[in-house]
Design a protein around this ligand. Structure first.
Ligand code: ADP
Ligand code: MG
Length: 753
C-alpha cells in the first residue's frame, strides 16, 4: 500500500465567473523514501498539486488516499488532523513567523513534546542539523533568505511528518545557497516522502529519485531516477516523540500562547495596559456599586446589638431606675441601660490632638459589645474611660501595640482612651464603647446640649436680696476633676463685676433652663418641647481649685461642673422626657423569648434585630439608585469591551499571517485559538496582580486604607469574573476574524507574494 495515492484528481478554480483548471486527471502514487521533483511551466498546476496534497485546497474530482484511506469526505477538522499528522510544508517565501526567534519557530513544531527541556534539546539538535546553531536567538525577521529556509526545514523536520512538501523552496535564493538547501533537504528526509516543486531541475537532479513533469494541469511524464550511491543506512532523524507522553491540545495552546505573548513585546505591553485600564474601570464602578449596596442593607429599627431588647411602657409612664432593675431581674436580663438614647444617635464626633493638630473621629455608640481579646490596651473600667473601634487608618495616630493618644474630647468633656481595636472595612462607622456609668455621663452631656435651647445664667443678688446683675454663660464643661456636686464660674465678665462690687455680701445663683422634647420611639410623632429650670445655689459654687488652672481664660463664659452635678441636672430632664430603656440578654435568641414575655405582660418590647419596611418612596428611590448603578456598571463594561475590542481589532493584522503559517504547519485551529486566549489571559495577569496588590495594601497599610474603598470578596469576584468575561469576548471576536478566511488566502494576504 502506498503512502499517498491520487486517483483522477481534478481541481477547478472558479473566481468572478472565470473557470481555471488547476489540475486535472492526476493519477500518482508516492511512497516513503522518495525524492520527487515536480517541474513544469508557470501556471501549469504545480502549486495546486501540492496544495491539494497538503489539504490546504479542496479537490472536486477523484480521490486522494492516505495510507489507503479515502479523504473526499473530510471536513475542515479532519483536514487539520491530516495536516498535523502527515504534512510539513516548505514555501518559496519561507513563511517563517517573523516575530518568533529561530528557536521558537522550531519549538512551535515540537509542541507535542510535553517536557519543556526535552523540547528545547530536540529543537537545538534539529537546528544544529541545519547549521543554524549560532542564530537560535535571532528573530525570524532578521534572517537572510537561506537562513529562513534552513529554519523552516528544521521546523518541518521537527514535526516529524512522513510527507514534506516544498513549493519552490529555493526560488528566492542564490544558486550556491539553493544547492545547500536541496542537499540539506535530501539529507534530512531520507525516510520520508519529499516532493519538491522547482522550475530549475538541474538543482535537484543529483538528489531526486523521481521526476514528474506537469503540463497544463496534467501529468506529462513520470520518470524514476536511480542513484546507486545512496545507501539506506545513513543517519536519519528518528522520531523522538512516538514513545513519549503526548502533550494535550490545551497544553500546546498554553505553550503557543506564551510564545505569541512574548514574541510581540510592545503589543503585549500595550494589551497589559489596556487590561489595567479596563480593570481599574471596573474596580472604580464596582466600588460605587458597593455604596449602592447600602440601600439593600437591613433596616434595623434600633442599633442592633446581640441580645438587646428595647422596652417602653404601654401608657408612656416613666420607668424609674428601680422599675427597670426589677424588670431586669424578673425577666433574666444580664444588664439594663436606663437612658439608651445615644445608641440610636449616629452623627457624633469626638476630637483629639495629634502632633499639634486637631483631628476628628465620627462615631456611633455601642454598649456591651465585645470586640474580642485581640485589642490594643484594655476595655474601659471607669466613668471617664472609652474604648474605640475604628478603621486601621487611625493606627498611625492611636498606636499599634499600645494606646498612644490618651485623651479624646466629647464636646468639652475630656475622656481617657483605654483601648482600641482597628478594622479594615472602611465602609463601617467607628464605634465608642463606655462603661455603664460612662455611657450615662456622655448621655447627660449630650442630652443637655442636644436640647432645643439652653439658657445658663449667673444671677447676682445684693445682700438685701434683690437681683443686681444677670450674666449669660454659653457653655457647660463637665470635669471629672471637680469635687462632687460643685461648679465653678469661668467668666471674665462675672469676675470683673463682683470685684468692683461694693457690697461684698452678694449672693450668686446659677439658673439652668433647658427646653427638651418628649422622647421615645413609640410617641415619636408627638414630640413636645417642655422647659425646666434648675438652680445651682451658692454653696455649690466654688473657686477654681489650683490644679485646675487649665480652664483659665480658655473657657471664658462657661460653667465648669463636676460630673456628678452634670448628671444631677440631666437626670431631671431625662426622667421627664425619656421613656425608653434597653435590656441586655445573652443573645438575640434569649432576647426574642424575653421580648415575647414582656409583650404579654403589657410592655412594649422590641428586639434590636427587628427590621422595618421603609416607606414606598424610599424603596422606589433605592431601587432606582440601584438600577442606575447596575446600569453604570454595565455601561462601563460595554464601553471597556468596545474600547479594548477596537484596540485589539486594530492589532489583528499582526497575527493574520502568523496564524496562517501555523495552520499551514498543521497546528490545529483549536490549539491556535487556545494560544490566542492564553495570550490575552497572560495580558490580564498584571491587571489582576494590581488589583490583588491594592486589596493587600488596603488590608495592611493604614494610609492606603484611608483613601481606597474597602471592597468585599464578592466585589473582587465581580471584578475578576467581569474582566475574564470581557477578555473572552474580545478574544472570541479576534479569533473569529482570524479564522474567517482559508489558510491559503490568509497566507497570500500576509506574505509578500
Ligand atoms: P504553478 O504553481 O505551476 O505556477 P498554479 O498551481 O499556481 O501553477 O496554477 C495553476 C492554474 O490554476 C493557473 O491557471 C492559475 O491561474 C490557476 N489558479 C491557481 N490558484 C488559483 C486561485 N486561487 N484562483 C483561481 N485560479 C487559480
Ligand atoms: Mg506555483
Amino acid at each position: 500500500m502506498s503512502l499517498l495515492t491520487l486517483k483522477d484528481i481534478g481541481k477547478i478554480y472558479v473566481s468572478e465567473g472565470n473557470v481555471a483548471v488547476g489540475i486535472r486527471g492526476v493519477n500518482l502514487s508516492f511512497d516513503r523514501g522518495e525524492f520527487v521533483a515536480v517541474t513544469g511551466k508557470s501556471g501549469s498546476g504545480k502549486s495546486t498539486l501540492l496544495n491539494v496534497i497538503s489539504g490546504m485546497d479542496s479537490y472536486e474530482e477523484g480521490e486522494l488516499f492516505i495510507e489507503g484511506q479515502p479523504t473526499s469526505h473530510y471536513m475542515q477538522k479532519e483536514w487539520e488532523e491530516y495536516r498535523e499528522k502527515y504534512i510539513s510544508f516548505i514555501f518559496q517565501d519561507y513563511n517563517i513567523i517573523e516575530s518568533f526567534t529561530v528557536l521558537q519557530n522550531v519549538e512551535l513544531s515540537l509542541m507535542h513534546i510535553e517536557d519543556k527541556k526535552e523540547r528545547r534539546a530536540r529543537a537545538l539538535e534539529l537546528l544544529d542539523r541545519v547549521g543554524m546553531t549560532s542564530h537560535i536567538k535571532q528573530k525570524g525577521s532578521k534572517l537572510s533568505g537561506g537562513q529562513k529556509q534552513r529554519t523552516v526545514i528544521a521546523r518541518a523536520l521537527a514535526k516529524d511528518s512522513p510527507i514534506i512538501l516544498a513549493d519552490e523552496p529555493t526560488g528566492n535564493l542564490d544558486s550556491t545557497t539553493s544547492h545547500e538547501i536541496i542537499e540539506l533537504l535530501r539529507e534530512v528526509s531520507r525516510d520520508k516522502l519529499l516532493i519538491v516543486v522547482t522550475h530549475n531541475f538541474e538543482q535537484v537532479e543529483k538528489c531526486a529519485t523521481r521526476h514528474i513533469r506537469i503540463f497544463d494541469g496534467a501529468v506529462e511524464s513520470d520518470h524514476v531516477i536511480s542513484h546507486s550511491e545512496i545507501s539506506s543506512d545513513e543517519k536519519t532523524v528518528r522520531s523522538s516523540s512516538e514513545n513519549k507522553k503526548k502533550s494535550s491540545d490545551f497544553k500546546k495552546g498554553l505553550t503557543l500562547g506564551k510564545a505569541i505573548f512574548t514574541s510581540k513585546p510592545k503589543l503585549s505591553f500595550f494589551f497589559c495596559l489596556l487590561m489595567i485600564i479596563g480593570t481599574l474601570g471596573i474596580f472604580m464602578v464596582t466600588a460605587l456599586c458597593g455604596d449602592a449596596a447600602v440601600l439593600f442593607e437591613k433596616n434595623y429599627m434600633f442599633e442592633h446589638i446581640d441580645g438587646r431588647v428595647v422596652i417602653t411602657t404601654q401608657n408612656g409612664e416613666v420607668m424609674s431606675e428601680e422599675d427597670l432593675k426589677a424588670i431586669s431581674e424578673k425577666y433574666g436580663a444580664k444588664e439594663y441601660l436606663h437612658y439608651d438614647i445615644l445608641l440610636e444617635d449616629y452623627s457624633n464626633y469626638m476630637t483629639f490632638e495629634h502632633e499639634g493638630e486637631e483631628k476628628y473621629l465620627s462615631f456611633c455608640y455601642t454598649y456591651r459589645e465585645s470586640f474580642g481579646e485581640d485589642i490594643v490596651g484594655k476595655y474601659p473600667q471607669n466613668n471617664n474611660e472609652v474604648f474605640l473601634y475604628m478603621p486601621i487608618s487611625y493606627q498611625p495616630m492611636f498606636g499599634k501595640s499600645s494606646v498612644e493618644i490618651e485623651n479624646i474630647y466629647y464636646g468639652s468633656m475630656e475622656l481617657k482612651v483605654t483601648g482600641v481595636k482597628y478594622y479594615y472595612d472602611n465602609n463601617l462607622t467607628p464605634k465608642c464603647l463606655f462603661t455603664k456609668e460612662g455611657f450615662r455621663t456622655v448621655t447627660a452631656l449630650h442630652y443637655l446640649f442636644d436640647s432645643a435651647s439652653n439658657d445658663i445664667r449667673v444671677n447676682v443678688f445684693a445682700s438685701e436680696g434683690y437681683l443686681i446683675n444677670e450674666i449669660a454663660l454659653y457653655n457647660i464643661v463637665p470635669s471629672f476633676d471637680m469635687k462632687d456636686g460643685t461648679a465653678y464660674i469661668e467668666s471674665g465678665e462675672y469676675r470683673k463685676f463682683v470685684n468692683t462690687l461694693y457690697d461684698k455680701n452678694y449672693r450668686t445663683q446659677i439658673s439652668f433652663t433647658s427646653h427638651y422634647y418628649n422622647y421615645d420611639y413609640n410617641n415619636y410623632g408627638t414630640q413636645k418641647a417642655l422647659s425646666f429650670t434648675r438652680l445651682i445655689e451658692d454653696d455649690c459654687i466654688v473657686n477654681v481649685p489650683p490644679e485646675m488652672n487649665r480652664f483659665d481664660g480658655y473657657y471664658d463664659g462657661s460653667i465648669i461642673v463636676s460630673v456628678s452635678l452634670l448628671r444631677e441636672i440631666s437626670e431631671e430632664v431625662l426622667e421627664r422626657s425619656y421613656r425608653q430603656a434597653s435590656l441586655f440578654f445573652e443573645n438575640d435568641k434569649e432576647a426574642h423569648a424575653a421580648a415575647e414575655k414582656l409583650n404579654n405582660d403589657g410592655y412594649i418590647a422590641v428586639t434590636s434585630d427587628t427590621t422595618y419596611t421603609p416607606e414606598a418612596t424610599t424603596v422606589i428611590i433605592g431601587l432606582i439608585v440601584g438600577l442606575m448603578v447596575a446600569f453604570m456598571w454595565l455601561m462601563a463594561i460595554v464601553f471597556l469591551a468596545f474600547f479594548i475590542g477596537l484596540c485589539s481589532n486594530r492589532t489583528i493584522g499582526a497575527f493574520k499571517s502568523d496564524m496562517a503559517i501555523m495552520r499551514s504547519m498543521g497546528i490545529p485551529v483549536k490549539v491556535i485559538k487556545t494560544g490566542m486566549y492564553v495570550r490575552m489571559l497572560i495580558a490580564l495577569i498584571p491587571a489582576y496582580i494590581l488589583v490583588i496588590a491594592t486589596a493587600v495594601l488596603i488590608f495592611t497599610t493604614p494610609k492606603f486604607n484611608e483613601f481606597f474603598t474597602y471592597l468585599y470578596a464578592w466585589q473582587y469576584a465581580v471584578i475578576f469574573i467581569g474582566m475574564l468575561i470581557l477578555t473572552f469576548r474580545i478574544t472570541r471576536g479576534q479569533v473569529r476574524k482570524l479564522f474567517s478566511e482559508s489558510v491559503k488566502k490568509s497566507l497570500k494576504g500576509g506574505s509578500a507574494e
